[in-house]
Write a protein that binds this ligand. Structure first.
Ligand code: S3P
Length: 437
């Protein structure tokens, strides 16, 4: 096991170019593969999760090349909707739920059988949430051992569009159904009461797909895809990942005297809950130079150290900050007063059970925390001490508690820290660089 010692830090100053958005990179790879023509992906995520999507697509006969140079990018020769080839062996999504769930939607519409699996963490995560709607569309998709979990087996079938109300706010489920909808007879509609991230919808539209989203009279959104039109490859400039930016935002807010500049961070409104909550806690965060690339807004962020106060985060806010909850919990530990995170049940089904991972690491710092299956209540502390943190082999837990360690009163250790490369290779090098500035 790799153990890292992390010492308390003083201020962080400078600028950080955060990695390209992981969710957008996955979608650009997948849509590029099934579109006609060439797709080029700039500022793409180099994390292991996106590499899993890339390798699965290579196994499905797609030509993807890295063009290095001053503006490195991935070039995909799209083969159109029916151009994927039968894989010679089982596809491996690694640690990536997005790869497994989104690709299953596409594989459900293919004329060849396939199987897809993942690592031990992914094999523990629920897949019945995609099996159910995909089967309703006519897909012959099943869990190999009948547990509702990966490995999954998919056989050729005829798909029909459905109208589906998401039982949980999940962009992965929504996207799996929409991608299968590209291969279905008739239209596919998704109803959401609390909207999850909408990158699939935005990119389908940018690639020429016939997709629209409307407000429903009784609240929530309905998205409808009509699958008749072919998708056309595009250049995709990927904005910086707001979920990776969250660690630097957290670090700058916590360490006295800090001032960090983060250029070109994605601010898609379905992803900005963390920024809203940080401001509500008293965080000094400003945006400038807002621009939109291929339907995705981004801006430069400036964050200054701030004294934080506790807050209540409501269930409606959770989908817009779902991946930032570990960092938010760390901020709450250092804030004045109590913070309550409500409606967080989905955290149990992430790369680790994030409710337990967060609670045990916060308690190791001497922070008082109570929790249920849906809620965490954190009592902020003046000077939490350092601790022996565990990452639970979960990249977001590793990075959130690395920042906690920088802000803690005494030294800490962190195990299995290299899992940060799932979304952020080079994260710890960046910590060292910012302290040297
Ligand atoms: C993602 C959706 C979210 C998020 C995950 C990435 C995506 O998962 O937690 O990291 O790219 O669609 P859910 O759909 O399970 O909420």
């Amino acid at each position: 096991m790799q153990l890292k010692t992390i010492l308390p830090a003083s201020r962080l100053k400078g600028s950080v170019v955060v990695p390209g958005d992981k969710s957008i990179t996955h979608r650009a790879l997948l849509l590029g593969a099934i579109s006609s023509g060439t797709t080029r992906i700039f500022s793409f995520s180099r994390g292991k999760d996106c590499l899993s999507t890339l390798n699965c697509l290579k196994q499905l006969g797609i030509d993807i090349r890295l063009s290095p140079g001053s503006d490195p990018h991935l070039t995909i020769q799209g083969k159109g909707p029916d151009g994927l080839a039968a894989p010679a062996s089982i596809l491996d999504a690694g640690n990536s739920g997005t790869t497994l769930r989104l690709l299953s939607g596409i594989l459900s519409g293919q004329a060849f059988p396939s199987r897809i699996t993942g690592d031990s963490s992914l094999k523990r995560r629920p897949m019945d949430r995609i099996l159910l709607p995909l089967r309703r569309m006519g897909a012959e998709i099943s869990s190999l051992d009948g547990s509702g979990k990966a490995p999954l087996s998919i056989r050729p079938s005829v798909l029909t569009g459905i109208r589906y109300t998401l039982p949980v706010a999940s962009a992965q489920v929504k996207s799996a159904v929409l991608l299968a909808g590209l291969y279905a007879k008739g239209k596919t509609s998704i109803c959401e009461s609390i909207p999850a991230r909408d990158h699939t919808e935005r990119m389908l539209s940018a690639f020429g797909g016939n997709i629209s989203t409307k407000k429903r009279p009784k609240g929530g959104l309905i998205t409808t895809l009509v699958p008749s039109v072919p998708l056309l490859g595009r250049d995709v400039p990927v904005p910086g990942d707001i979920s990776s930016a969250a660690y630097w935002i957290g670090a700058a807010l916590l360490l006295p005297g800090s001032r960090l500049f983060l250029p070109r961070v994605g601010i898609n409104p379905t992803r900005t809950g963390f920024l809203t909550v940080c401001r509500r806690m008293g965080g000094d965060l400003t945006f400038s130079r807002t621009q939109t690339f291929l339907g995705e807004p981004c801006a430069d962020l400036l964050i200054r150290h701030s004294l934080l106060k506790g807050t209540v985060v409501s269930p409606e806010e959770i989908p817009s900050l779902i991946d930032e909850l570990p960092m938010l919990a760390v901020l709450a530990a250092f804030a004045r007063g109590e913070t309550v995170l409500r409606g967080i049940g989905e955290l149990r089904f992430k790369e680790s059970n994030r409710i337990l991972s967060i609670v045990s690491n916060l308690r190791a710092m001497g922070v008082s925390v109570s929790f249920t299956e849906e809620e965490i209540c954190i009592h902020g502390k003046q000077h939490p001490s350092g601790a022996a943190f565990s990452s639970y082999k979960d990249h977001r837990i590793a990075m959130a508690f690395a920042i906690a360690a920088l802000a803690a009163a005494t030294p800490s250790t962190l195990d299995d820290w290299e899992c940060c490369s799932i979304s952020y290779p080079g994260f710890f090098r960046e910590i060292d660089r910012l302290q040297d500035l």
